[in-house]
Design a protein around this ligand. Sequence first.
Ligand code: CTP
Length: 404
Amino acid sequence: MSSPPVSRPERTVLVGVTGGIAIYKAVELVRGLVKDGLQPLVVSTAAAQRFVMPLTFAAVSQAPVLDDESAWQASGGWFQHIEAARQARVMVVAPATANTLAKMAAGMADNLLTAIYLAFRGPVIVAPTMNWAMNEHPATVENLRLLAKRGVEVLPTEEGELACGEEGSGRMASPDAIRLAVRRALAGTASGPLRGRKVVVTSGGTRERIDAVRFIGNRSSGKMGRAVADEAYLRGARIALVTTRPAEGTPYPVVRVESAEDMAAAVRSEVSDADVLVMAAAVADFAPREAREGKIERAARDTLTLELVRTVDVLAATAKPGLFRVGFAAEAGPQLQRARAKKAAKGVDMLVFNDILAEGVGIGSDENEITIITATGETHVPRTSKAACATAIVDEIEAGLGAP
Ligand code: CTP
């Protein structure tokens, strides 16, 4: 295969592909990177070519694929691994098999991909994929720990059905999650106040069990919290998203919970080493005293009385020195005064107010209109996307945290 085209380094992303079945998702990833205005330069191992032919990657990346065959051809006076390493800003290995991860951890360079990795000096992201037992093997765990310690971003694997037919953790992060990780690496969030800090974000409405099939819930979609988590991630934070809603395409870990009690337990554990807590979740204020066994029958019953008890106030229960806490107040009407009082009552550093009765915004919608109340003032964000609201919220969190 001929040498790669001359490319602009600020747009070039090296995409290493290895021999894992999740390689089919790498085709979608490469397409996505092109859509993002980037130039993927695919480097394929021999094992990868048993799954997907270089022609497929060449077609979607609109560039020749680099492989071991091309590796020994001098191009432009330099060997290909050095030239390829120089051309790119970011390197992604997706899928990253246990074998390639082990070689990267050991510093081996027995194929073009691992040689480029050693020669490359920019940010590296890996998306592991393998059978759950291989994933949990101490050798793999240790290799990933070592790579992470050296600054490689290791994307979490997803739980679910694996190609081998077994269930467990080992599915590769989704193309969307990898694209977000690439965006962050390219943004070079080297010195912002959130860089390296841990941010715990909650999202979605809790479900309080009545019986085996019924629950008390609310319409919160989890979109606002998700947008805040993504934005804080892009600014270099370490994220834990505690949510009641399915959260696909995240490059950071997600803890799924159901009830207020579950959420309180997950948040308590996650904030132990956190710097910021953003409580965007709509936590039920009351829950049935106890979930009934089986299903409550309708027959022989004209009324049904449920006894509800107050749930734990997660936000109030997590106050601790050094933890910057952000609350949300969804009020029925333009009750800014009530939101100000809530900020004081909850003792939070920041409160995000929105009026749930305002047209076209808030619960379930993709848009919101908010007022951010901080210790130093108030910022009104007129109706806009939840992503833009998240930008304003994270700006204020950064201002509140100050320099790292
Ligand atoms: N919250 C919480 N735990 C609860 C209830 C609410 O952590 N059991 C958090 C929410 O996530 C939100 C903030 O507290 O960040 C305010 O929630 P809100 O429902 O507006 O206020 P409440 O405290 O429930 O007060 P009220 O229902 O009287 O408005």
